[in-house]
Write a new protein. Structure first.
Length: 290
């Protein structure tokens, strides 16, 4: 009987050693989104409840949705800005799994809604938590997901929201070779950049997609995650970023013939566990899954 390494790992990830965190906003008419999109629309096609119109009566419930592709929590693939860039369908499933680092600047953003995350902030994070690992997903926590209006306009109608400094994104790509970035506002760049007349194409977003990386916008529940210190100290927690897409994965070694279904929804998930938990060969020490 072949070893059931993948199945054992799947059971372990579903155990109480891990806590899974949903990092998306529920899709509805109230979902926060970029101001330029029409609101989400839902039309019921069929239903089984009493008093359902006869032409809609069926043994199942079905809806038809109308929604922009970058509505709510979403992925921006390189082709979002670049005609020669890869589309979401051209990115391999394994490319959606990363070590996760959360840069927590929610207090700074509360004090200054136009806060800009800089290289100095990233280096300060590393001084405290250790080096950002290669292929990491670096998430910028601002707690902007808790605002009803992502634009956060003042009395004059001027938007105020935080964002990445272009040099910070370049540093992450060129010096740390990260895999992707994410944030809670609907834009990569801060409002002080996006509201300029000559702002388009937005420099931060244009750059991250130009170097064959993707990004995730309008993230949620980053406040439930630790910084994900990459050091090997015993008290630290680790996380791994996984974009939830329906697919199965199989080991490359022929003696293992037991596939695992990795996910079943278009969601971002994260689990957290202690370093003493099971670590299969080649897996990150003390990991967690998004």
């Amino acid at each position: 009987m072949p070893a059931l390494d993948l199945w054992n790992l799947a059971f372990q990830l579903k155990s109480t050693d891990y806590r899974w965190v949903d990092l998306t906003h529920t899709l509805s008419c109230d979902t926060p989104h970029w101001f330029g999109f029409k609101p989400f629309e839902s039309t019921k096609l069929f239903d089984y409840l009493p008093n359902t119109p006869e032409d809609m009566l069926a043994p199942m419930r079905c809806f038809q949705y109308s929604v922009a592709s970058q509505y709510g929590t979403h992925v921006d693939a390189p082709r979002h800005f670049h005609v020669d860039g890869r589309s979401l369908g051209e990115i391999e499933p394994i490319e959606f799994m990363h070590p996760l680092c959360v840069i927590d600047k929610h207090e700074e953003c509360a004090a200054n809604p136009d806060f800009i995350l800089t290289v100095e902030d990233l280096k300060a994070w590393e001084d405290e938590h250790g080096r950002i690992p290669e292929d990491a997903f670096v998430a910028f926590r601002s707690d902007w997901s808790k605002l009803a209006d992502l634009e956060n306009k003042d009395e004059d109608g001027q938007p105020h929201y935080p964002g990445w400094d272009l040099d910070a994104i370049k540093w992450l790509v060129e010096e740390r070779n990260i895999g992707a970035i994410g944030h809670e506002p609907a834009d990569t760049d801060p409002a002080t950049i996006t509201t300029r007349e000559d702002a388009y194409p937005y420099p931060g977003e244009q750059y991250i997609l130009s170097v064959d990386r993707y990004q995730i916008e309008v993230m949620n529940h980053l406040d439930e995650l630790p910084p994900q210190a990459p050091s090997s100290s015993a008290p630290s927690l680790r996380s791994v970023m996984v974009l939830d897409i329906l697919h199965a994965f199989l080991p490359s070694a022929p003696r293992h013939k037991f596939p695992c279904v990795c996910s079943s929804k278009f969601r971002l998930r994260c689990t957290l566990h202690a370093p003493a938990a099971y670590n299969p060969p080649g897996a990150p020490h003390a990991g967690a899954f998004l």
